[in-house]
Design a protein around this ligand. Structure first.
Ligand SMILES: O=c1[nH]c(=O)c2[nH]c(=O)[nH]c2[nH]1
Length: 329
């Protein structure tokens, strides 16, 4: 059985006029967006973990929907409390590890609960460098307890567990990158609606939204080192973006995805969603100013509409399991 994404039984027939029995379709419940912040202390040096944890449980839940009998319902309030208690009791080694702990707990501790899906967003904080080089001392202790929230990407993970198998899909969103050259776009279809000029030296910028599925699916297998895997995958994405001489964002996307699949044996599939953050040269001719992509070029950064380039890159033989629409993950 796949732990992937619970689909449930087919839903009721649509159309109010149609006669026939009504059945309960896919259902799940839980507590969404538990904002958990944990501070751990090493002397005066503090560490921060800042998570947004959403829990969705499903299983033997016909009764509560059909008659309101709550005997199988673990209250969402209890679900919330469990998230906070686990942060205290077990710590947050990584978002993935924390999600695995929670999913295992819900599925194994309550008989009616058959599957758990834990979604986590992680926000990163950087230390604030103080005027004395971040090394203020109180007694013998170096004081490090001030942070600025990183404007960079949000780390994400989704853990799905059905009591037997695991699916871990991790990722990142809002990682903004830009190449100020080494990007062209030409040779495309031209019809009567085409006005786009061919570009032989353009800016290529995007906000990387990526989800990758780990090969790990069984407690029998060696578990990946989640933090290291995240850092390496992020690095491969960035390096492939920077190192690709791009003839289209589609080509860059494929290079980014295949770099991850080639370099990380523990990743079987990656889906990338890349908005093309168009930068167009401003026409400054009316002011007697030549403006081409040579030195000192001035661009207009349009924020919408934007091209949206999306694809899944897989290890040969792997099954595509990451949903096409990443907002549904
Ligand atoms: O890299 C690109 N891919 C496209 O499909 C496209 N379409 C477009 O107008 N500009 C671009 N750029």
């Amino acid at each position: 059985m796949s732990a992937a994404f619970p689909t449930g039984r087919p839903g009721a027939r649509f159309g109010a006029a149609r006669p026939g029995p009504v059945v309960l379709g896919q259902n799940q419940y839980g507590k969404a967006e538990n904002r958990v912040v944990k501070i751990t202390r090493e002397g005066a040096t503090h560490h921060i973990k800042d998570l947004n944890v959403s829990v969705a449980l499903s299983g033997d839940m016909e009764e509560v929907h059909l008659s309101g009998g709550n005997a199988h319902v673990l209250p969402t309030d209890t679900i919330k409390n469990t998230v906070f208690a686990f942060a205290k009791k077990h710590g947050i080694e990584s978002a993935e590890q924390f999600g695995i702990h929670l999913a295992r707990h819900f599925v194994t501790s309550q008989e009616p609960i058959k599957t758990a899906r834990i979604r986590i967003e992680e926000y990163t904080w950087e230390r604030i460098e103080t005027s004395d080089g971040n090394s203020r001392f109180v007694g013998a202790d170096e004081v490090k307890h001030s942070f600025v929230r990183s404007g960079q990407e949000v780390r994400t993970t989704q853990i799905a567990y059905d009591g037997t198998s695991w699916q871990v899909v991790s990722g990142l969103k809002d990682l903004t990158v830009l190449n100020s050259t080494n990007s062209e776009f030409w040779g495309y279809i031209k019809d009567k609606y085409t006005t786009l000029q061919e570009a032989y030296d353009r800016i290529l910028a995007t906000e990387v939204h990526a989800r990758w599925r780990y090969h790990w699916s069984s407690d029998e297998d060696r578990m990946p080192q989640w933090d290291r895997c995240y850092a390496q995958t992020r690095k491969h994405l960035l390096q492939a973006f920077a190192e690709t001489y791009s003839l289209s964002l589609q080509q860059t996307l494929y290079q980014m995805g295949s770099r991850v699949i080639d370099s990380r044996q523990d990743v079987d599939e990656i889906r990338l969603s890349l908005p093309n953050m168009h930068h167009s040269l401003v026409d400054l001719e009316p002011f007697g100013l030549a403006n081409d992509s040579a030195d000192g070029a001035v661009y207009y950064a349009a924020d919408r509409p934007y091209g949206l380039i999306e694809a899944t890159i897989l290890r040969d033989g792997a099954t595509q399991a990451i949903p096409v629409d990443l907002t549904n993950l």
